[in-house]
Design a protein. Structure first.
Length: 565
């Protein structure tokens, strides 16, 4: 014990001596004097400990292989080169952007309200598109190099050229054919009585009642010999109307087949042009580009649809988060409604089917880059996500079948409509969690997807979390509508859907930015993930504002049309 006490006292004395020494050192510290070696140093409280924001060639610690790659990296593209006809190139870029964001969307709105300004505006859209594609050909002819051999932009532009002309021609012919039928009926009205002289040799006309046929025969017998020339006009009118009706129906079918899909094709063509213009996807890198841009574009389109549903898109089908009921008389007069399920066709069913279809095809697409070789760990990681899509998509489809009767009876329960009058009904949504949870887990998994660079990892985390947040707010939409059932058939406009649309749009756009070559372009210039994140969210907010303006303008046009009637 005595030795232990002596040992502890010795330690205490040593500690006390060290404290005294430290105090003496603190009192004896003198300012550092400036010498020739320190004259160039600027005093600063904290020096930066990270290298983000510096162009990659200015960052220390690059390996010889990395330094060789970045010293040979070329940032010259079609967008910043001085070769070729620069006016033609700039005109092409400006007008195709104008067509995609402004011109063609406005034409879709005018067509949806049957405006008389539709055809004139469609002619303007045609002129912009055709002139843009012609000037693109001029630039290609004046460019002295073959920078991107084998690119498909020329092919997709030719297809767009054909589609845009066919779309305008069938729209024009369809309008002319419908005008011929209407004017033909009104021009040859009998003796000013308002009865169309649409007389058929056999007596009667298509769709007429027996009483109308008797009246028509009687009128035909009472026509005097002086009206033989008028009878000839009547006979000719019958065949003109038949031809016009058949030809107009064919043109209308082609027009409706092209109208909305053409918007998607313009988006596709512009994305191809953006990739080719920046020299993205050359050689084997095309697979990485396609994987990110196709999947990212899917989420962008999903975000646009979500915002459009919030603004009232699909109200007649119950897709605008509104209650919808179909009565028995409606079923008799519509071929589409004859096959309508009791709980209607919901957006959740369409989403589940697309998820299942995507997962089924993606199993084979993930190995395209290494086709013929062994499956890598990266291939297997992506395929595992495809299996998740197959499983959740199939579960979503089965849930829609199980929820079919629930939607029907839940709608009748929350409304005063009798089940004898209604054969199909929906509350405006289906409490099917699988489409939403698929996007949620996609975001969570991809946010943990480690990449070769810090920038790429951060960008993947950004869009992964955005998709997860969007799914989270979609669940809130379901809960709001479940606990507060709708009492009318108008769009409910849940506020959570605006946030969902923002997350999907921004997540999809940043998804497209996370491709390897975009990340390399960011690192080369020293752009940080936060900088591109802010730019992306700002652009998406402006884009959402433009969509909402178009939807509000469409509602105003419809109100004006109703007021005139």
């Amino acid at each position: 014990m005595k030795l232990r006490r002596v040992y502890l006292l010795a330690i205490a004395a040593q500690v006390a001596a060290m404290d005294m020494g430290m105090d003496m050192d603190m009192t004896e510290v003198e300012p550092v004097t400036t010498t020739a070696q320190t004259a160039h140093i600027t005093p600063t409280p904290y020096e930066a400990s990270h290298l983000h924001g510096l162009p990659i060639l200015e960052r220390p610690g690059l390996t010889p292989a990395e330094k060789m790659y970045w010293q040979n990296y070329s940032s010259e593209t079609f967008f910043n080169t001085l070769e070729g006809n620069r006016f033609a190139f700039k005109y092409h870029v400006a007008t195709m952007s104008l067509v995609m964001f402004i011109s063609y969307p406005i034409s879709l709105v005018l067509n949806s309200v049957a405006s008389g300004w539709y055809l004139p505006w469609l002619a303007i859209n045609l002129a912009l598109t055709v002139s843009s594609l012609v000037l693109a050909a001029v630039f290609s002819a004046t460019f002295p190099h073959e920078w991107y051999p084998g690119n498909i932009y020329k092919t997709t532009s030719i297809v767009l050229f054909v589609f845009i002309i066919v779309h305008f021609v069938v729209a024009l012919l369809s309008r002319i054919a419908s005008t011929i039928v209407i004017e033909d009926i009104s021009e040859y009205s009998l003796l000013g009585e308002g009865i169309p002289l649409k007389m058929y040799p056999s007596g009667g006309s298509p769709g007429s009642t027996p009483e109308q046929d008797i009246e028509t025969d009687s009128l035909r017998q009472n026509i005097s010999p002086q009206t033989h020339f008028l009878s000839y006009k009547i006979f000719r009118s019958q065949w003109v109307q038949r031809i016009a009706w058949t030809f107009g129906g064919l043109c209308s079918l082609i027009f409706n087949t092209l109208n909305y899909p053409l918007m998607l094709y313009i988006l596709f063509n512009n994305c191809v042009g953006l990739a080719v213009g920046n020299l993205f996807g050359k050689g084997p890198r095309v697979f990485n580009l396609l994987a990110h841009w196709i999947k990212g574009a899917v989420f962008v389109i999903l975000g646009v649809i979500s915002l459009a549903r919030y603004c009232g898109l699909g109200q007649t089908r119950g897709w605008a988060w509104n209650r919808v009921t179909y009565t028995n008389p409606q079923r008799v007069n519509s071929h589409r409604l004859r096959y309508m399920p009791r709980g209607t066709l919901t957006v959740e069913f369409i989403e589940s089917f697309l998820i299942f279809f995507y997962g089924s095809t993606n199993v084979f697409l993930e190995h395209l880059a290494g086709s013929g070789g062994a499956w890598t760990a990266k291939d297997l990681q992506h395929v595992s996500i495809a299996f998740m899509y197959i499983g959740t998509g199939l579960c979503g489809l089965l849930s829609e079948l199980k929820l079919n009767n629930w939607r029907y009876y839940y709608t009748l329960k929350t409304s005063s409509i009798s089940s004898n009058e209604v054969f199909a009904a929906s509350p405006g949504y289906s409490p099917n969690p699988f489409p939403t949870m698929t996007i949620f887990w996609t975001g969570i998994l991809m946010s943990q997807h480690a990449q070769a660079s810090h920038t790429s990892t951060s960008v993947h985390m950004q869009w992964g979390y955005l998709l997860s947040y969007g799914s989270f707010f979609r669940i809130f939409t379901f809960l709001i509508l479940y606990f507060k059932p709708l009492t009318d058939d108008y769009p409910s406009k849940p506020i959570t859907e605006v946030i969902t649309a923002l997350c999907l749009l921004a997540g999809g756009l940043i998804f497209m930015e996370s491709t390897d070559q975009v990340i390399e372009a960011m690192d080369y210039r020293g752009y940080t993930p936060m900088f591109t994140f802010n730019i992306s969210v700002g652009f998406v907010a402006l884009f959402m504002a433009w969509i909402m303006i178009l939807c509000m303008w469409r509602e105003w046009l419809l109100q004006c049309k109703r007021a005139r009637l």
